[in-house]
Design a protein around this ligand. Structure first.
Ligand code: F0G
Length: 424
């Protein structure tokens, strides 16, 4: 056990990632659920945050004494998606869309807590390695808190939407010629040497924030636990956080059971899927590849926690191809919802799991869309115009392609095209 004010990420004795624990935490479930519901009516900033509304579960910081850095994160909707359900082979499907967050991804749920802890420790500079979303989020929260954000990115392998956010929020943005895993190893050494505060998901307070995604989901569902929660897996921080959230809620009697978790990886970056199937030694993928750059990770730091969560929930891990991700993403778009490529791995995974009989057609399924559709417009344009290629250079079929149509400045011609549109 280490004091909550130590800036450490791994146990010096065993090397495992540090986790926040609260000794003797006991809440009256019914009264606390009521209090959380009442806070939705409040205009107080912390009550308006879909993370800090659940602050009884975030006991690492006393928000009466320390200010929390909030951009009103969380509050993300549950969206019914019949078209996606049909595509996946389910009777019904609900997306919890984390792309509705202030910087457009689930990272904001964690970052509000990480940045709050950074501020409370008096940190001036905060850093992260990122496939894009963590950096966008950290830049925003650090800027809001008056700390200096320093960002390390794999050069050439993040989407412009995310890079643009980091620049706009004023981060020192270092594009390293290495992949995510290599840069994370580098930055962990750098943080130790320089004392810069690390806000990757190795930071235990990020995980604390992300666990509230599940708390909010349950609150929105009147505390009914779904059969399945489906989530894309990269560095595996999110699935670790979700498991922790459920574990704590069950221990305190807020819910009685766990959902089954399904973690979906991109086939070119799927070390966890391999490990889950084969067990034995965990083997990193040295050269991870996928167009879903958010999950282009070959050596996920949180795999030991993640496997525990998957196993205790009787969960599964699946992998999906570039073509499957691309088509699923277009289907999410056709629902009027939209998401970034990594998020669409969920629907692609559901389709595979239903057709394999693992997931039943009438199951109660919540899939997490982790990032906003505008994070990666380049991918969208290429898909719909038939120009998208896998990292190995193979063409991706635009199964649900929707090309823009160039027209002359001619009202009659345009009227003709519009009239013909949508007719068989
Ligand atoms: N989906 C999106 C949109 C992400 O940005 C990430 C991770 C994941 C899924 C995977 O989540 O790592 O908790 O398993 N993005 C990180 C980043 C690595 O740097 O933004 P995970």
């Amino acid at each position: 056990m280490y004091p909550i004010e130590d800036a450490i990420y791994t146990c010096p004795k065993c090397g495992a990632l540090i986790e926040a624990t609260y000794e003797g935490l006991a809440l009256d479930a019914a009264a606390t659920k009521r209090r959380w519901r009442e806070r939705r009516m409040s205009n107080a900033p912390l009550d308006q945050s879909g993370v800090w509304r659940y602050r009884e579960l975030l006991g690492f910081v006393d928000t009466a004494r320390h200010s929390a850095v909030t951009l009103r994160e969380g509050n993300t909707p549950l969206l019914n998606a019949p078209r996606a359900a049909a595509y996946g082979g389910l009777d019904a499907l609900v997306f919890k869309h984390q792309g509705f967050n202030p910087t457009g991804s689930f990272k904001d749920n964690g970052m509000t807590c990480g940045a709050t802890q950074g501020l409370r420790l008096g940190m001036k500079k905060v850093a992260c390695v990122s496939t894009g979303n963590t950096s966008a989020s950290m830049a925003a929260y650090a800027a809001a808190a008056g700390m200096t954000p320093i960002i390390f990115l794999p050069h050439g392998n993040i989407s412009y939407g995310k890079l643009a956010q980091a620049l706009e929020y004023g981060a020192l943005t270092l594009q390293v010629e290495a992949n995510f895993d290599q840069i994370l190893a580098l930055v962990r050494v750098l943080a130790e040497k320089t004392g810069i505060y690390l806000l990757n998901s190795v930071n235990p307070f990020r995980i604390e924030g992300q666990k509230t995604i599940m708390v909010e989901m349950l609150d929105q569902r009147e505390w009914s636990v779904p059969d399945w929660v489906v989530v894309p897996g990269g560095n595996l921080g999110n699935i670790s956080a979700f498991g922790k959230g459920f574990r704590e809620l069950r221990a305190m009697g807020f819910i009685e059971k766990l959902p089954r978790f399904a973690v979906i990886q991109a086939a070119g970056s799927a070390p966890f899927e391999k490990y889950w199937k084969e067990r034995g030694e965990f083997e990193a993928v040295r050269e991870p590849e996928t167009l879903a750059t958010a999950i282009r990770i070959g050596d996920p730091v949180s795999w030991p926690k993640a496997i525990q969560v998957v196993d205790e929930s009787n969960g599964v891990v699946e992998k999906v191809t570039e073509q499957e991700i691309a088509d699923a993403k277009a289907v999410v778009g056709q629902c009027g919802i939209g998401c970034e490529p990594a998020s669409a791995a969920t629907l692609a995974g559901i389709r595979k799991l239903v057709s394999a009989g693992v997931m039943k057609r009438d199951a109660d399924v919540v899939a997490i869309l982790t990032g906003n559709v505008l994070k990666d417009p380049d991918y969208i344009y290429k898909y719909h115009t038939g120009q998208l290629k896998t990292p190995a250079g193979a063409a991706i079929t635009a199964t649900f392609g929707n090309e823009p149509v160039v027209v002359p400045n001619d009202a009659a011609r345009i009227a003709e095209i519009v009239a013909r549109h949508g007719e068989a």
